[in-house]
Write a new protein. Sequence first.
Length: 100
Amino acid sequence: MNKNPRFFCDNCNTEVYGHTKSCPGCGRFFASVRCPSCDFAGEEKAFTRGCPVCGYSSPPPAVKHRSDKVPVGPLPLWVYLLSICALIAVVALLINRLLN
């Protein structure tokens, strides 16, 4: 298991090297390093073996993107019945107008 600390951009969660001054993913400039566990912020050299306050050195949890997709599946039976009833009502109204 690798015990070296890993650094991640607060803005886009891209993994970056400890000496990096800006994120290669989003371009954000880093003024300091912040621990995701205890929020301690300091210079990069203070984090050579993880957070100097709480010892955190694991990567942050993966970012989960919210999915706006609706699951696809068969519609309930009442939707089909309601559609058929509406279609019959529209056809009946059209026939009634044509005959009158």
